[in-house]
Design a protein around this ligand. Structure first.
Ligand SMILES: *Cc1c(COP(=O)(O)O)cnc(C)c1O
Length: 367
């Protein structure tokens, strides 16, 4: 008798669809027979600046210790984060990217059959980590592509274990205000863990934009997740973190793999945090690139969802798939978001001015 091993997986995993990443430059270069240098990748919301020189120096220094396990407690990086964020050491959990922390949260708090609430078009890792632990996803219809926090509060019930909020959300770039968030938190029972994903926090300014850390005093069920992958430019090294109450943090620490963040990544993130000039430059370049691309969209009559992140998602109608293919042929990689139920849209990460220009030129040729 042959065994159908696929049927051996737990039910949640059996029905999972794997995460679809942006196409790597090398892969497109291979497929098209093009030089990798001539290809522009605007598909994974990476920082186009490249790493800070201070980070590269820290990485070089960390190399001498590679035979040792990393510091499981991440003492130096956590200490630097405490000083930077004005939070306590026992509130921080480091992750192999913030995706790791999202996974830890689901594993620690979501029992099979319990409900997890998130918005339509929300970051796709939320359904993945929910389903993997056998949680039941409760997807609330979006309002103008963004989270409908009132509707989300209404579906919370005694079976709800967790709510995922992304501010801004990826792939829509939408934000909610401090007032909206506070109103939501006031409606949700304190036994429901509310995960506020602030992966793009550093890019967003303005009085209306809430800093989740400032709300944790009043709402101890609030877990804030941030990352070094976006504005700090370290996507390849995989470092993210959460800030939560000491009790929640202790639970995450129990399910965490002992050495989930490697020693190079720990040293690099610490150096990145110190280089606030790099961060300011990254945000400035992003702001200018956003203007460059949205001006081109305006001129071409392409509608888009206003975005606070380092990416913009635009509506190309029925032709989105073929425009994506034609952009690829011209060496420009953007991100289809059909897997989010947004088959007419493409998401474009903001690049350097010349990369944005290459995208705009390629787009003009396809239209
Ligand atoms: C990019 C992104 C993350 C960060 O992922 P890392 O694992 O830290 O690289 C988290 N949440 C959202 C919404 C994102 O877009």
């Amino acid at each position: 008798m042959s065994v159908d091993y696929a049927q051996l997986a737990v039910p949640g995993v059996r029905q999972l669809q794997p995460y679809v990443p942006g196409k790597p430059i090398e892969e497109v270069a291979r497929e098209l027979g093009m030089a990798p240098e001539s290809i522009v990748k605007l598909a994974s919301n990476e920082n186009p600046l490249g790493p800070s020189p201070k980070v590269l120096k820290a990485i070089a220094n960390a190399q001498s210790d590679l035979t040792r396990y990393p510091d499981s407690n991440g003492f130096n990086l956590k200490s630097a984060l405490c000083a930077h964020l004005n939070v306590a050491f026992d509130q921080i959990t480091l992750g192999n990217g913030s995706n790791d922390v999202l996974d830890l949260l689901a594993r620690a708090f979501v029992a099979p059959g319990s409900e997890v609430v998130f918005s339509q078009y929300a970051f796709i890792v939320y359904p993945i980590v929910t389903q993997a632990v056998g949680g039941k996803a409760v997807v609330v219809p979006a309002r103008e592509w963004g989270h409908d926090l009132d509707a989300m509060a209404k579906v919370v019930n005694e079976k709800t274990a967790m709510v995922f909020l992304a501010n801004p959300n990826n792939p829509t770039g939408t934000c909610f205000s401090r007032r909206e968030l506070v109103k939501f938190l006031e409606q949700v029972p304190k036994r429901v863990i509310v995960v506020l994903d602030e992966a793009y926090f550093e890019y967003v300014g303005g009085e209306d934009y809430p800093n989740g850390l400032l709300l944790q005093q009043d709402f101890p069920n609030l877990v804030v997740c941030r990352t070094f992958s976006k504005a700090y430019g370290l996507a390849g090294l995989r470092v993210g973190y959460s800030v939560a109450s000491p009790v929640i943090t202790d639970l995450l620490n129990r399910v965490r793999q002992p050495f989930n963040v490697n020693s190079i990544a720990l040293a690099a993130a610490e150096a990145a945090l110190e280089d606030q000039a790099y961060l300011a430059k990254a945000c400035q370049i992003n702001h200018e690139g956003m203007m460059q691309i949205t001006s081109a969209f305006n001129a071409l009559g392409i509608s888009y969802i206003p975005s606070k992140g380092n990416f913009i998602t635009a509506d190309f109608g029925e032709n989105a798939g073929s425009i994506n293919q034609q952009l690829l042929q011209r060496g420009v990689i953007v991100r289809p978001v059909a897997n989010y139920g947004m088959a007419h849209h493409l998401r474009i990460s903001i690049g350097l001015p010349e990369e944005n220009e290459q995208f705009i030129e390629a787009l003009k040729q396809t239209l």
